[in-house]
Design a protein around this ligand. Structure first.
Ligand code: AN7
Length: 351
């Protein structure tokens, strides 16, 4: 089966829509993660690699449904405001659907890989002054009375519905819901989707821990942030549209919102990269949050507990930040075998 619509539409009400717009999203790996505490104790930690989706982020799960329904309704243009990943996904799925895409981004603040994707798929890129929230508000005003246009931000209910599928997959893989689920929160659509996903299956949902960057900690602080700032540009969002649903998810499951510093986020990105998992800074937030909870003694060190971290986007998306976070390790080799042997021996001893 190709894509989440084919696999899960029996749970949804999509009507008799026949032509599905898909790039084969979903079925992302859930792999063991070396925890940020000394190994051999505490909960088991799993990471869901959402960067393995077709455009490298979880956005594709919602975009396949939003674009399928938009095309079926005769819409011709898909529009979104975005910190980058929604834009990349909208561009790809619109291209697939034979529709036009127009993406509005905060000028100068979107990672290069995401801009490249928008360009590759032929979408129109519009830059506005100000953060994501300004872009979305302006776009929503401009959308009024445009019958051929479809807004594919997470205010589009099909987006959230599609993103529920990640929760279904976790339950399939684990045989139950995890005890704790740690997820980055920007506009708060994805945490809402996971919560609905577990509820739709009728399983006991995990405790939801929403991770945010200190400079954009709207949920942690319980207020809008006028000028959000963080190295994790994907979650540089100050006025989460789904604030109320995210609050419900956390309140109902006795979870929490936790903020981490940019430094902690970059350290988490490095710790993950050094175990082979390359995620963008926003997606390293759950690992940073887990480390912080453990250091503060707020995480039960119970080996029966299962924690799932949601790694929302691929590390290749934000090469600029990664190139600053990871120093190159290079040496000159003169082509002589004995020199190479010495270099390799050095590597074996390198810790
Ligand atoms: C990698 O692309 O908002 O809390 O416009 O790209 O559902 O907003 C991206 C968000 C987490 C936060 N991780 O999810 C956009 C956009 C990554 C992201 C989030 C985003 P939400």
């Amino acid at each position: 089966m190709v894509g989440i619509i084919e696999r899960y539409r029996h749970l949804w009400q999509l009507g008799d829509v026949q032509e599905v717009v898909t790039l084969g999203e979903g079925r992302t790996p859930l792999i063991p993660v070396r925890p940020p505490w000394p190994q051999g104790r505490g909960p088991t930690v799993w990471g869901k690699l959402e960067g393995c989706n077709p455009t490298g982020s979880f956005k594709d799960r919602g975009m396949t449904v939003a674009m399928t329904m938009a095309r079926a309704a005769g819409k011709r243009v898909a529009l979104c405001a975005s910190t980058g990943n929604t834009a990349a996904s909208a561009a790809a799925y619109a291209a697939r659907a034979g529709m036009r895409a127009v993406v509005v981004i905060p000028g100068g603040k979107v990672a290069p890989g995401k801009l490249l994707q928008v360009q590759a798929h032929g979408a129109l890129l519009l830059e506005v002054e100000g953060a994501f929230d300004v872009a979305l508000a302006a776009l929503r005003r401009a959308m009024e009375s445009q019958p051929d246009w479809e807004l594919v931000n997470s205010v589009n209910p099909w987006r959230i519905l599609g993103q529920e599928s990640a929760a279904y997959e976790i339950v399939e893989d684990l045989g139950r819901a995890p005890d704790l689920l740690v997820i980055p929160v920007g506009n708060a659509g994805n945490i809402t989707a996971y919560h609905r996903g577990f509820r739709r299956l009728g399983v006991k949902p995990p405790r939801f821990i929403g991770g945010q960057a200190e400079g954009a900690a709207s949920m942690v602080e319980g207020r809008d942030i006028e000028h959000p700032e963080t190295v994790a540009s994907a979650i540089r969002i100050g006025k989460p549209v789904s604030r109320q649903f995210a609050q419900e998810a956390v309140r109902e499951t006795h979870g929490a919102f936790v903020a981490v510093s940019d430094r902690e986020i970059l350290e988490a990105q490095a710790a993950l990269a050094h175990q082979g998992i390359f995620v963008e800074p926003a997606s390293a937030t759950p690992y940073a949050v887990l480390g912080k909870l453990w250091r503060q003694g707020e995480l039960p060190m119970d080996s029966n507990l299962v924690v799932t971290l949601i790694f929302t986007g691929h590390g290749l998306k934000d090469s600029d930040t990664a190139l600053r976070n990871f120093l190159p390790r290079r040496a000159h080799w003169d082509g002589v075998p004995s020199t190479l042997a010495a270099l390799v021996q050095g590597e074996v001893e390198h810790v």
